[in-house]
Design a protein. Structure first.
Length: 428
């Protein structure tokens, strides 16, 4: 029976997620704050443009739909009876960008990709790259607006693990084995450093991956040096403080999140975090492990923008590999994608999903190619159909057991982090 806990329900700050939208395209956002129900809000605006629809979900949450907006920053305004309701949030509209297929070498002795992040506002790809030893791990910054004429910059971050942007995109969260830093996303200057407390400071567990929620938290998974179970924790971005979750242990867990910050999925075992309620629960369905022979080789769950589609890969308790599509609650299996292993013993090496949940992408490690699957129709014999021929990734990406993959917010570009390099290519 699934067990749930309320772990930290209070909203930390005013947020709009996703804080970024494609200029000229309609979209939906989740607005978080306080006192919405009591205020009697009757108007939601983005700059001078009124929301086409909105719903006050709770005293701390509004779901709003906007029409296509001009490129630029649009202050989110809430009103009740013509009077302003205190709120501090901005929606940023950026033009859609189509990048050519390109290789982005890391240089030097950098190897695997631990974290991959596309900053669409600044048109920058961030990479958490592994060095010859953990002390030489490096945060790479590739400016794509001038790609081909500019040189990527790198900043050494010992024991670097993962990266994410804050809900408003103003700071870069940088996770190491035993601390979380907030950095300037342009200069990479460290603004705040929060050392991890027990049990992460005792040398048995280490911080591992993170994703942000629309309440103003980062949910952080952990791993162990060796084998065993590890804890989950929340990090308040405003307070720069960690909070342990109660009695929910994971094993070398990865975490994926919806762009609106409402749904986070942790695997393995499979755990679901609902930002609306602040509740975390073990899912009814799930997989036993991440499905690869190396204990630290995991693939992040791929989650659509609104969280209504989730793709995970791993092995079940019988040792069979699956790449599975779930609904938002993880209570229902919608269908499957083929695994990368003919023996059905090894999980897919990389997965990604279109922001609207219409297509899923699987990395075929044997062919060094991307396979594309249509998630809009009904599965055939339990499997979603492959809709295009496999497309080769840019040459030089490098062989790896697993690959980090993500799709740009406008759905045009697929980014892949491999060994010694990242790559970008038009999303099929």
């Amino acid at each position: 029976m699934p067990v749930s806990y309320e772990i930290k329900p209070s909203v930390q700050s005013d947020t709009v997620m996703p804080y970024l939208t494609t200029a000229g395209s309609a979209g939906k956002v989740v607005i978080r704050g306080k006192g919405f129900s009591a205020a009697g809000i009757d108007t939601v605006s983005f700059g001078t443009t009124s929301a086409t629809a909105f719903n006050i979900v709770s005293d701390s949450e509004i779901h709003a739909t906007h029409s296509g907006l001009a490129a630029g920053r649009h202050t989110v305004t809430l009103k009740a009876g013509g009077s302003l309701v205190p709120f501090d949030g901005t929606l940023v509209a950026v033009p859609s960008v189509a990048y050519p297929a390109s290789l982005l070498p890391y240089g030097g002795t950098l190897t695997e990709t631990r974290g991959l992040l596309y900053d669409a506002e600044r048109r920058v790809l961030f990479v958490a790259a592994v060095g010859i030893t953990p002390e030489f791990n490096t945060l790479m910054r590739f400016p794509l607006s001038t790609y081909g004429t500019s040189v990527p910059s790198g900043s050494g971050v010992p024991r670097l693990r993962d990266i994410a942007l804050t809900p408003d995109g103003t700071r870069l969260l940088v996770l190491t084995d035993d601390a979380l830093m907030q950095k300037d996303p342009v200069t990479l200057t460290t603004l705040v450093t929060t050392p991890a407390a027990q049990p992460f400071s005792q040398g048995f567990q280490h911080l591992r991956e993170l994703e942000v929620t629309n309440e103003g938290f980062a949910l952080v998974t952990s791993g162990v040096y060796g084998s065993g179970f590890a804890d989950l924790c929340l990090y308040s971005i405003n307070d720069a403080a960690f909070y342990l979750t109660p009695d929910l242990l994971v094993t070398q867990a990865s975490v994926g999140a919806s762009a609106d910050g409402s749904s986070l999925v942790i695997a393995h075992p499979t755990v679901y975090y609902d930002a609306s309620t602040g509740r975390i629960a073990r899912a009814r369905h799930g997989l036993a492990d991440h499905g690869h022979s190396w204990y630290d080789a995991t693939v992040k769950p791929a989650v659509s923008r609104s969280g209504h589609r989730v793709v995970m890969t791993g092995r079940d308790y019988a040792g069979n590999a699956h790449t599975t599509v779930y609904d938002a609650s993880l209570a229902n299996v919608l269908g499957h994608l083929p695994t990368a292993s003919a023996s059905n013993s090894e999980a897919s090496s990389g997965i990604a999903i279109q922001p609207d949940g219409s297509r899923a992408y699987v990395f075929d490690r044997a062919a060094m190619a991307i396979r594309t699957f249509d998630l809009t129709g009904a599965p055939v014999a339990g499997f979603y159909p492959e809709v295009l021929p496999a497309r080769a990734v840019p040459a030089g990406l490098g062989s790896s057991l697993t690959y980090r993959m993500l799709v740009s917010p406008d759905g045009t570009t697929l980014f892949i982090g491999g060994t010694g390099a990242a790559a970008m290519m038009p999303a099929p």
